[in-house]
Design a protein around this ligand. Sequence first.
Ligand SMILES: [Mg+2]
Length: 180
Amino acid sequence: MLERFYPDETADSSYEIDYEGYYEAGYRGVIYDVDNTLVPHGAPADERAKALFARLHEIGFSALILSNNKEPRVKSFAQDVRYADYIFKANKPSAKGYREAMRRMGTAPETTLFIGDQLFTDVWGAKNAGIRSILVKPIHPKEEIQIIFKRQLEKIVLYFYRRKRAKEVCHGEKPERGKG
Ligand SMILES: [Mg+2]
């Protein structure tokens, strides 16, 4: 039941992902959450973010910012990083914005990657749209109270997620035979 919130992968940061490898594997579009995924909540695009989108463009990726935040915030960020389209008030975890993002980038669920910092909006939405998701650690630890509450719930889900992952790794090392 909790599996609907499980990311396909986790990473320490949006800036520490093997984008070249994903491109080689056939991925062509990357959808990003913005707040606490690329910069602290509400912060403008910094040099690191600008360099990332230039790098994605160089590799050959289409990129899009998918945010539940309002237009002025999302639009100015997308304009600052260049090479990124944007969708604001996306209503994640609804799959609608993710589908619109793929339509604009000309990609399919199999060739699209999603990167975000929250399970109950970002990851769940990607799952609803059938897109591979990477959960990253939130950039800024200071968060609004309703997000702090959600983080507590996320911790519970992540506990079971990590336990499941650990078991899978265990089984990988010592495959059980003669069962089933
Ligand atoms: Mg976020």
